[in-house]
Design a protein around this ligand. Sequence first.
Ligand code: PGA
Length: 257
Amino acid sequence: MLVIVKESGREMSAEAAEIFANRLRKKPNLVVGFATGSTPVELYKLLIRMHKQEGLDFSKVTTFNLDEYVGLPPSHQASYARFMRKNLFEHLNIPEHSIHLPDGMADDVDAYCDWYEGEIQKAGGIDLQILGIGANGHIAFNEPGSSLGSRTRIKTLAGTTLRDNARFFKSKKDLPKYAITMGVGTIMDAKEILLLASGTGKADALRAAVEGPITVQCPASIVQLHRKVFIVLDRDAASKLAGSYPDSWHSSLLLER
Ligand code: PGA
């Protein structure tokens, strides 16, 4: 686990973009797990810029998104499918057939989740998983109490998550109560993980994830067991960590491997 602490959210995103681009240049057919939320938006802007200005090529990339609200069609303004298209996919050259977004409208959710897992396997597994973290320590929609070995499935959203995400919906009653999410085990199978967090609102979750015990109460804490995880933070998100962490140069060592 490599924790890198940057001065600002902007620098956090720039570091993450460098790590991402390094991986994509090394493996043009990278299989990427993408995340939604506010945290990766700046990273996605930088990837778009690298694509347009530096020719960073996404034509052989395959993508799998972490999660989607149950009951929201991809056209819904708060759906994660729409978020990804608007903030990233519309601006890159990833072939449509290589983009996988969980279907919140699937009739048979269990069968769909099995199929999604199978597609990840067929693609050879996820090479690089982008992750945010919830203020409650969730990763994707694996809320506190989620089994650490879980696979893609339907989950009930935690009250804290509903509160955090209410801002994206017109009224409280429109807020979905369930989501399809990759499991903690699915995420842990990724060959590398790039977890990002910024802001004081994430400081407690980060302390629990990075320096606390591995526990279902903080699903993100499982990444302590992953062999290749980059955790890139801004100062505020790192403000409650007791350990000392580098501000970047160590990442180049890990990137060589
Ligand atoms: P955020 O969400 O990036 O909007 O803070 C992260 C998460 O809940 O995983």
